[in-house]
Design a protein. Structure first.
Lengths: 485, 396
């Protein structure tokens, strides 16, 4: 395999400005949103059309060069971490909104389109795009598809997988294939369902058809302050048990509130050990009745102050504290790790107690921010790298939190993905047979193992012969992706 | 060889009745060793769907692999064995005010069968389909290995989502033994509003008006009876006060003759065909539903057949039925015309069930995008081709 040979080959299909080989410029792409993993890519390629993207992948195949796709590079699991001897295929030049079709409740997008742009373009028609990851101002739809991105409102509306109805992909063979489309239920296997969330290991999306959702008649949001997370958790459970499906239920603990106040002065109620943001949306007659019930339930479970957003500006202020929380902890700690785990919501009190004990044992602080409605925790493990041993202890706490999630029947990732960061944790959730079975899909799509190798799965599976293409040395061995012992 | 049972007219020499995932694994491992072709069967409500197996030695009766494994009411999650009738699941959940939000177009269907064929009904409009509600799955692979994907929490992006792959795979990738589902609260109130429509264009306007409103119906259905008589019907679910207002709003949008009811209008959620008839699934982009209905009406007249169409106008998924005695050549003509119409609407036309003489005459699946990748997936999961061989798209 040779990046030089690849560079020569892609010059046939791309313009010079679409090819980056200069070491200094390559460094710009050395990491995604998970910045402590850094690898300078062998070459960066910026296709502007699906056909160029396919040609680039074919060139990678011909030269046995691994490739990694990247959108905006905001991922938090290192899914777009480059390969030193590979190509980084950046989809940011494919950024056209091809079609807004509110009459079909669909939009057709190129993968580089920014998440928030979709709602902005759909709003004038009375529609929006539901998945709203915190990074929605900069993250791309292609990246959302790769990671099956969620967001605060996926409690009610679901994830990217529930909102993508079709894709055109470049397969790891370099073929352009359509999966799904504008209509639901395309015949055959739901390869679209397998593709969304496959973290770039099954190919690259070059066009994405998404579902647009009619804007709700009304949105109502409250902020409730509690003495502690146990009370806030109990209120959350009571809301769900009452048969309410809120658009979002978000929780922050005292340390997360402290950080948010320091950073954005969101003015949350003083003395709160935890705050809940509860948002309901839908037909006014439904929301009004349920909103009153939610208020009562919060009070019944110890809320000492409840604020109701009077308008969009106040709602935005409630959310500002929550949405800024990750970055805000930078104000109260020099370094921090953002964790992403899931537990059954009812296990929240035990799990938070365990996390608290763990933090004390290891002498680090943990701020908790979470999507309480669906049990998706984002513990922020705070540390100071300049203090000897703290980084290691923080890393240990962060890893142990995932163990706690798995012990309680949860998941090691709810929305950030496995990527390079959590591949080693995947065997805690799944048996070797489970992982082997998942990789059957990978072998079907990518028998050479060239698409984002080293991500998701801790150990690559040898796939056998590439169907009808080549024989001889196993391609994954030949490409250096796998050793044969 | 003694014929003990059959699947879609294909006899099998053996029947196994396992009672657990482990027993399914034992049986499948043994079958793999002997190269036996097998089909899993739940309640058998849709064994006449898709194509008959090309080869069949063993039927796996899944009725013994049944029961609720776990119901985490506070987490709105249930784990159910595949052979459990859907009805039993709902009965177990009802006392705590919860439901698995999957309709049951064919009464008696099991969980495993419903997942295997990706069956859906009117309420797919609000709750989605199997792929949206299935959060974890256990399957026995063709080689007898037990594999699990997903889990018991709704939010989970760890590993590939094999649940989506097996949903609608007609038993060709593995034997489904256990499913974990996201649940929903049972609504406190529900109301149906239906109205006749004078032709596809008027029906289309009513559908578009409801879609453009902010009423958020759980279902928006259309029914075209023999002769072309059209009814548009919607379902709203929620709190009593909300349902009252939304139903009143719907009544205005659906126009003259709209009526409210506590019970579903006739035919609600049922396929527009009887056992032994020809059953067709039609999909299209939402805005093309009126066009598709017009085309169906013209097709019925042209071929002089009593074509009934019914389905989810709110999602673009309709079903059509023709009587069992319809001449296969005529069915082929109807399917060809409907296929042209769905293609023009960016959708598909699949003959989901038909008498043998009809199946022999037509391509039941029609055009399938990504077929090469699908074959490669099948080759990986079932290289010897022993799981429901030949039932699925492209001879898979």
């Amino acid at each position: 395999m040779s990046v030089d040979a690849l560079a020569a080959a892609v010059r046939e299909v791309l313009l010079p400005e679409q090819i980056i080989t200069d070491r200094q410029r390559l460094r710009t792409y050395e990491c995604d949103g998970l910045t402590h993993y850094r690898v300078v890519p062998g070459i960066v390629l910026l296709p502007r059309t699906a056909e160029e993207c396919a040609a680039v992948v074919r060139a990678c195949v011909a030269n046995a060069v691994p490739f990694v796709a990247r959108g905006s590079g905001t991922g938090l699991s290192g899914g777009a971490l480059p390969h030193a001897d590979g190509a980084l295929i950046v989809t940011s030049q494919l950024r056209a909104i091809r079609e807004m079709a509110p009459q079909d409740e669909r939009a057709v997008l190129e993968p580089g389109v920014i998440n928030l742009q979709v709602s902005r373009a759909a709003n004038p028609h009375g529609y929006y795009y539901a998945p709203d990851p915190s990074s929605q101002q900069i993250c791309s739809i292609g990246g959302n598809v790769a990671e099956n991105s969620g967001g605060a409102h996926c409690l009610k509306y679901g994830f990217t997988a529930n909102h993508v109805t079709g894709v055109q992909i470049v397969t790891p063979d370099g073929d352009l294939v359509r999966l799904g489309g504008r209509a639901p239920d395309a015949p055959g296997y739901d390869l679209l369902g397998a593709f969304v969330g496959s973290e770039g290991t099954l190919g690259i999306a070059t066009e994405v058809t998404v579902r647009l959702v009619r804007l709700p008649e009304t949105v109502r949001t409250l902020l409730a302050a509690f003495a502690g997370t146990d009370e806030a958790g109990a209120a959350t459970s009571a809301i769900i048990a009452a048969g309410v499906v809120p658009a979002a239920v978000e929780m922050m603990d005292a340390l997360a509130i402290e950080a948010a106040e320091a950073a954005v002065h969101c003015g949350y109620p003083g003395g709160a050990g935890a705050v809940l943001i509860v948002e309901l949306d839908g037909p006014a007659a439904e929301v009004d009745a349920q909103f009153a019930a939610v208020e009562d339930l919060c009070r019944a479970h110890g809320a000492f102050e409840i604020r109701i957003a009077a308008d969009d500006a106040e709602r935005a202020l409630f959310w500002k504290g929550r949405k800024s929380a990750f970055a805000a902890v930078g104000r109260i700690s020099p370094d921090y790790i953002v964790q992403d785990g899931v537990i059954p919501r009812t296990a929240l009190p035990q799990v938070l107690t365990r996390i608290g004990e763990l933090a004390r044992e290891h002498g680090v602080r943990v701020a908790n921010v979470f999507h309480a409605g669906d049990g998706n925790l984002h513990p922020l493990v705070l540390f100071d790298e300049s203090v000897a041993g703290q980084a290691e202890r923080a890393e240990a706490v962060s890893g142990a939190i995932l163990d706690i999630c798995v012990e309680h029947g949860g998941s090691i990732t709810g929305e950030h993905g496995v990527g390079v960061d959590k591949a080693k944790h995947l065997p805690r959730m799944y048996s070797p047979a489970d992982l082997d079975t998942m990789q059957l899909v990978r072998c079907a799509f990518d028998p050479r193992g060239l698409a984002n190798p080293g991500k998701v799965f801790p150990t690559p599976r040898l796939c056998g012969e590439v169907p009808g293409r080549r024989k001889g040395v196993h391609p994954m061995h030949e490409s250096g992706v796998a050793e044969v012992f | 060889m003694t014929v003990l049972a059959e699947i879609a007219g294909v006899p099998a020499a053996a029947v196994a009745s396992p009672a657990s995932t482990a027993e399914v694994a034992d049986v499948v491992r043994g079958a793999a060793r002997d190269g036996l072709a097998l089909v899993a069967r739940g309640a058998g409500t849709r064994q006449g769907w898709a194509l008959p197996p090309q080869r069949l030695d063993l039927i796996l009766e899944m009725g013994g692999v049944s029961g609720l494994v776990e119901h985490a009411a506070g987490d709105l999650v249930a784990v159910v064995r595949a052979g459990t009738p859907l009805r039993d699941v709902q009965e177990a959940l009802r006392p705590v005010g919860q439901q698995l939000a999957l309709d049951e177009p064919l009464p008696g269907s099991t969980v495993g069968g419903t997942v295997a064929v990706n069956a859906s009904g009117p309420r797919r409009m609000l709750y989605g389909t199997v792929r949206d509600l299935l959060i974890g799955v256990t399957v026995v692979r063709a080689d007898g290995v037990v594999a699990r994907a997903g889990g018991k929490v709704v939010k989970n992006v760890a590993g590939y989502d094999l649940g989506k792959l097996v949903a609608g795979s007609y038993g060709t990738l593995g034997v489904i033994t256990e499913c974990a589902f996201r649940l929903h609260p049972l609504p406190a109130a529900a109301r149906f509003v239906s109205a006749p429509a004078d032709g596809p264009d008027e029906a289309g306007r009513a559908v578009a008006a409801v879609l453009g409103s902010q009423i958020v119906p759980s279902a928006l259905e259309i029914d075209m009876a023999e002769g072309g008589r059209l009814t548009v019907a919607a379902l709203v679910e929620g709190v009593p006060a909300g349902v009252d207002r939304r139903a009143a709003d719907l009544e205005k949008l659906l126009g003259d003759g709209a009526v409210q009811g506590e019970t579903p209008p006739p035919g609600w959620g049922a396929y527009p065909w009887a056992p032994g008839d020809v059953g067709i699934k039609l999909t299209c982009a939402l805005s093309r539903v009126p066009y598709l209905l017009t085309a169906a009406g013209v097709t019925a007249q042209l071929h002089d057949v009593p074509l009934r169409v019914r389905g989810s106008a709110g999602t673009g998924v309709l079903h059509a039925g023709l009587p069992s005695g319809t001449d296969p050549g005529v069915v082929a003509g109807v399917v060809s015309d409907l296929r042209a119409a769905t293609r023009a609407g960016a959708g598909h036309c699949v003959v989901v069930t038909a008498p043998p003489a009809v199946r022999a005459r037509i391509d039941v699946w029609g055009h399938v995008d990504g077929l090469d990748l699908m074959r490669r997936v099948k080759d990986q999961f079932d290289p010897a081709g022993t799981l429901a061989p030949g039932r699925f798209v492209g001879g898979i």
